[in-house]
Ligand binder design. Structure first.
Ligand code: HEM
Length: 390
């Protein structure tokens, strides 16, 4: 089940119809005119000429529900692309979007975004923050507020320099995951293990991202999972599950009628923020106890707290979004990668050869090894794949 990435893939962009481009197309109909910039024509055409089903959101929501859309979104989108072409507009319930499929169109969009890209508004998530009077993180912020937070996070999260801090943590989790797989295979006594890998990879991704963000292991690679950690997983799963319907039905309405989906959503986010509070509390306790010259990397959360450039509320908001954003994206991509590798043994061999060669050349230095691998993966993905390959 694609939780986060299911709707994330709907990040909506309007291209190659150029105009006031935004990634969050809500309110897109206010864009009066867009220019088509395909190779054949540069005529200016109205936004309303984008093909698709956007005239009756309620009827579309009914059809979406009839097609079991929450489970079949990817199929429905593919069918729409086949019907309307590589750019189509739709309105399902109150959710209005323009969808693109060609990478070239995505590239044009990202180039046109400027310094303050308009983000997709995840109404369910912003409603929760407003409800609890909590701050938005980078995923939900816009404009200069987004940019100033993002610049600080860039240094702490995605700068290549940080890799050397993250890799040992990710490596440890990757090794544990592979050891767990081997143990499971051994236990069956049949030299194989049949399971729903999506759950395993979900736990793996969550363990990895938590380790990097909070500097602590949740223990999800063990057979016995601590009830507190299990509650945290359940909360994350629940956030994704309850987000899907609220993309199409306004959370404000669901809140007003006291709908279960809204109550569950609030309860799940409460659980996640409680965990963040607990981690912050632990980090402060450790900082008081530890020798300040300690060389050990304490995780993104502790680094941000020590850096003291963002408010605690801003840090907490972005950390929870980083955590939510780092789980499904990674686990589902990994699931598909493993599936495709299983279907293409020659590719598997190629990958194994590349990893083995890089390992030999780097003499076991993982950071050096990463630099030598010609394939481009996100690091969590790569580390696990390389551990599988060896
Ligand atoms: C294969 C893995 C991943 C995929 C496919 C993916 C995809 C995306 C996409 C499409 C966006 C929206 C970009 C935009 O609106 O301009 C995004 C943003 C984001 N992702 Fe990822 N992501 C992945 C991994 C991760 C990981 C591992 C984390 C956290 C550790 C993460 C955290 C975030 C956050 C916080 C944002 C919002 C950033 C901002 O608005 O400034 N993602 N991701």
């Amino acid at each position: 089940m694609a939780r986060w990435s299911l709707w994330r893939s709907r990040v909506t962009v309007s291209l190659p119809w150029r105009g006031e481009l935004t990634t969050g197309v809500r309110g897109g109909s206010s864009m009066p005119v867009v220019r088509q910039v395909d190779s054949h024509s540069s005529t200016v055409r109205p936004f309303n000429e984008i093909p698709g089903l956007w005239k009756n959101g309620v009827a579309n929501l009914y059809n979406f529900w009839k097609l079991d859309g929450f489970k079949n979104l990817h199929r429905i989108m593919l069918q729409n692309f086949n019907t309307f072409g590589p750019i189509y507009r739709e309105k399902v319930g109150y959710y209005e979007s323009v969808n693109i499929i060609n990478p070239e169109d995505a590239a044009i969009l990202f180039q046109a975004e400027g310094h303050h890209p308009k983000r997709l508004k995840v109404e369910a998530w912003t409603s929760y923050r407003d409800f609890r009077n909590l701050k938005y993180g980078v995923l939900l912020k816009n404009g200069e507020d987004w940019r100033s937070n993002r610049v600080i996070l860039n240094k702490e999260v995605i700068s290549p320099k940080m890799l050397e801090n993250f890799v040992p943590l990710l490596d440890e989790v990757g090794q544990d995951f592979v050891a767990r797989v081997h143990k499971k295979i051994k236990r069956t006594g049949q030299n194989k293990w049949t399971t729903d890998l999506s759950q395993e990879l979900f736990k793996y991704a969550l363990e990895s991202v938590s380790s990097v963000l909070y500097g602590e292991r949740l223990g999800l690679m063990l057979d016995y999972i601590d009830p507190e950690a299990q509650h945290f997983i359940d909360c994350i799963t629940m956030v994704f599950k309850t987000t899907s319907p609220m993309l199409y039905i306004p959370p404000a309405l669901l809140r007003r009628i006291g709908a279960k989906v809204w109550r569950d959503h609030v309860q799940a986010w409460d659980g996640i923020f409680t965990q963040a509070d607990r981690c912050i509390h632990n980090i402060y306790r450790q900082l008081r106890q530890e020798d300040s010259t300690s060389k050990k990397y304490p995780g993104v959360l502790a680094s941000l707290l020590m850096l003291d450039k963002l408010s605690i509320e801003d840090i907490k908001a972005s950390i929870t979004e980083l955590m939510a954003g780092g789980v499904d994206t990674t686990s589902i991509t990994l699931l598909w990668t493993l599936y495709e590798l299983a279907r293409h043994p020659s590719l598997q061999e190629e990958l194994r050869a590349e990893v083995t060669a890089a390992r030999a050349e780097s003499q076991g230095d993982l950071l050096d090894m990463l630099k030598r691998i010609p394939l481009r993966f996100n690091d969590t993905l790569f580390i696990l794949l390389s551990e599988f390959a060896l």
